[in-house]
Ligand binder design. Sequence first.
Ligand code: MN
Length: 238
Amino acid sequence: MKILVSNDDGIFSPGLIALAEVASQFGEVVIFAPDFEQSAMGHAITIKRPLTYHRVKFLKDFESYRVNGTPADCVAMGLYHLGEVDLVLSGINVGSNLGSDIWHSGTVAAAKQGVILGVQSIAFSQVINGEEPNYEKQKPYVAEIIKMLTSGNQPRLVNVNLPEEPVGMRWTHQSVRHYNGKVVEGHDPNGRRHFWFAATPLTNPDEHSDRWAVDHDLVSLTPLRLSLTDDEWLAKLT
Ligand code: MN
């Protein structure tokens, strides 16, 4: 099995190596990752300047390339370079991608780009509460998920969120009842106003949602699809 590994945190992220290490149990791994962090870039692609990719030698023995583009660009470049790929993996993101985060996430977008280009894909993100992650508790789950999802008759695009102390796994739905983004105002040293997009902690997530699962130390697996069509409304309107 040929596996393309990407992320949005950039080629130096420890989560990228952790994912590549697990993936190498299942086949030949090639890494295409952004040369700078591209978190919250969503599914942006680069069209106003040329893209390039360069081999790097510092990621252990993995065949690795850095790309001067977005996560979606990295997957497109990787699939172009490699031709045939059986699986795209994205992550492990430093921080969760739950609920409405999925709209902004470069991690999920890299996986989505894989599916758009015809390859089964999985996005991995991990809840981080300060401590530098070492991924040892998560790696067995990542391996189990790759094994399960490549065993045939499985969803093509899955968003996985790993808690810090996982005790099991659960299929979930995307929690969209609450939005966790807010604008926070501050001032620079010269007194000028500036603004940050900040995440607010959400409580009481809907049961069996992605957020609910990680709140209960369960690895959350959410099957996603490319279609944004509101099928309920469409049925009423046609
Ligand atoms: Mn990120």
